[in-house]
Write a protein that binds this ligand. Structure first.
Ligand code: SAM
Length: 258
């Protein structure tokens, strides 16, 4: 029986499973981590392809069943626990980065992506099943209606690529929403490095809480002379600015003479 609080919707459509693994294109010997293997629908196709796989599963009962289900398919390392609290430096470094894959529990998808993004130097790429609505936000560009804090902060670190949609019928029980597969590839070098990423997050968060206002009003709590020196149009709406614009604003605030 699926546990709702763990966001459990199990994949059963073999064609979709094959399509996910094919787009992940695993190569034996790569260091791969699957988040939330559940009943191992994806895992039993993935494990033979990579030969050695680490998995993180919160549900103790499901974690306990994995060795049996997957016996003989490859070397399996099970981390029973919460992926949100998992210390990825335990299993990866910038010399031996990991590839991450998972049909994520939708109730934790945004915090989990932020947790992983904070370790992006340890990650080659991430392939996730998510609510389509979240994937639209991750991929949106300036001017798109789905463009917001999640888009800017994700694209600061990664290239997002929508791969394909997955209908509710592919799962058991079927979720209420449409799903899709996304690949997030951390930039080898940040295209617009920011000297203070915490302040960047704050500026972006502040701007998008008032997306209908002009930037001048939405960022009214910051000194106007600093905002004016950023070289962006303060009469524009927050949802029209690029990642580079938000980095420029953050740097202007840092450089403001006090
Ligand atoms: N991968 C399986 C599939 O495709 O059928 C299961 C997907 S199901 C949507 C999400 C899985 O993540 C469940 O097995 C659930 O128990 C597990 N899970 C939920 N919260 C988790 C967390 N915080 N950390 C790790 N796993 C979690």
């Amino acid at each position: 029986v699926a546990r709702k609080r763990f966001g459990q919707n199990f994949l059963h459509d073999e064609r979709v499973i094959a399509q996910i693994v094919a787009s992940f294109a695993p190569i034996p010997g790569q260091s791969v981590v699957e988040i939330g293997p559940g009943l191992a629908a994806l895992t039993k196709v993935l494990l033979p392809a990579v030969e050695r796989l680490q998995v993180i599963e919160l549900d103790r009962d499901l974690a306990a069943r994995l060795p049996n289900t997957l016996a003989g398919l490859g070397e399996l390392i099970i981390h029973e626990g919460d992926a949100l609290k998992f210390d990825f430096t335990r299993i990866a470094s910038s010399e031996t980065p990991i590839r991450v894959i998972g049909n994520l529990p939708y109730n934790i998808s945004t915090p989990l992506i932020f947790h992983l993004l904070s370790h992006s130097e340890l990650i080659v790429d991430m392939t996730f099943m998510l609510q389509k609505e979240v994937i639209d936000r991750l991929c949106a560009g300036p001017g798109d209606s789905a463009y917001g804090r999640l888009s800017v902060m994700t694209q600061y670190r990664c290239l997002p690529e929508w791969l394909f949609d997955v209908p509710p019928e592919a799962f058991n029980p079927p979720p209420k929403v449409m799903s899709a597969i996304i690949r997030l590839t951390p930039h080898a070098a940040l295209p617009h490095p920011c000297r203070d990423e915490k302040l960047l997050g704050e500026v972006v968060g502040t701007a998008f809480t008032m997306r209908r206002k002009t930037l001048r009003n939405a960022l009214g709590k910051y000194p106007l002379n600093a905002l004016e020196s950023a070289g962006v149009n303060l009469g524009a709406r927050p949802e029209t600015l690029s990642v580079a614009d938000y980095v420029a604003i953050t740097h202007a605030l840092l450089d403001e003479p006090t």
